[in-house]
Design a protein around this ligand. Structure first.
Ligand code: NAP
Length: 258
């Protein structure tokens, strides 16, 4: 299927690895020019080169997207964009009593206020041109809480509330905003969480993975490639009537009828 977005320009945040990279490469495969971002310059440049090899133009901006300065750098380098994919690292796990105000502010900055700032900066020009796509990478934890990820549960739910209203305010201008909710995917983030389980329970990495896979009806982790393909579809011409949705990619892990 032709996605109809060849020649458009996308800003994909936190995209040198993992799910952000999956989204970037899927958009590049559709002929979308890219602005990529991550803190580490080496992995970022490697991903940028792989995207260029697909024939698109790529600008790489190495900075922390969760800071006002990082956001300004990325937006300045990006200029006019048609597609915005927001992403950042996830907060650390812990218990409900572990976190103080500063921990909550850091999580809100990374996983709620950063995507909101990027949307506020990008939406007006998209609306003026009558076309735009925003995809926010959030988490399965928005639909069903993951108890050890209280910071993530809190921050991402706040973003989801903001998107629910905002998506309905901008849709009349041809701009869609949707959220993609990853369940467990085979990325560095999954390795970090599996390592936590391994250490907490005194089991091997393989046992930790097997235990977590057993909680997923598909009995495997998702891949960045299939995640990216869903993102590319949401950014496509065909997805213009999908507005303000929270789309789970979790192998059936969230046990709910709707
Ligand atoms: P990942 O494999 O660890 O990749 C994270 C990417 O984001 C890297 O490119 C990293 O590069 C970049 N990054 C992290 N913090 C950044 C920052 N402050 N500024 C700019 N770039 C930053 O993670 P992932 O698995 O793709 O996860 C992406 C998001 O989905 C996270 O928020 C995660 O919590 C969420 N999620 C993941 C899963 C899963 O199973 N993988 C499940 C649910 C939710 P640098 O480190 O060089 O900056």
């Amino acid at each position: 299927m032709d996605m109809g977005i060849s020649g458009k320009k996308a800003l994909v945040c936190a995209s040198s690895k993992g799910l952000g990279r999956g989204c970037a490469m899927a958009l590049a495969a559709e002929g979308v020019d890219l602005v990529l971002n991550a803190r580490g310059a080496d992995a970022l440049e490697a991903t940028a080169q792989q995207a260029r090899d697909l024939g698109v133009s790529v600008t790489a901006v190495a900075c922390d997207i969760t800071t006002a300065d990082g956001q300004a750098q990325v937006l300045e380098a990006a200029g006019q964009i048609d597609i915005l994919v927001t992403n950042a690292g996830g907060p650390p796990p812990g218990m409900w009593h572990d976190w103080d105000r500063d921990d909550f502010i850091a999580a809100l900055d990374a996983n709620m206020l950063t995507p909101i700032a990027l949307m506020k900066a990008s939406l007006p020009a998209m609306m003026d041109r009558g076309w735009g796509r925003v995809v926010n990478i959030t988490s399965q934890s928005v639909k069903a809480p993951i108890p050890v990820l209280g910071l993530s549960n809190a921050a991402r739910t706040g973003l989801t509330g903001y998107v629910a209203g905002t998506a309905r305010q901008v849709a009349q201008k041809g701009v869609t905003i949707n959220n993609l909710l990853p369940g467990i995917h085979a990325t560095d983030r999954a390795v970090a969480l599996d390592t936590g389980v391994m250490n907490a329970q005194g089991i091997s990495m393989k046992e930790a993975q097997t235990q977590r896979q057993a909680t997923i009806p598909a009995r495997r982790y998702g891949t960045a490639e299939e995640f990216g393909a869903t993102c590319a579809f949401l950014c496509s011409q065909h997805a213009g009537f999908i507005v303000g949705q929270n789309i789970l990619l979790d192998g059936g892990g969230t046990n709910a009828t709707i």
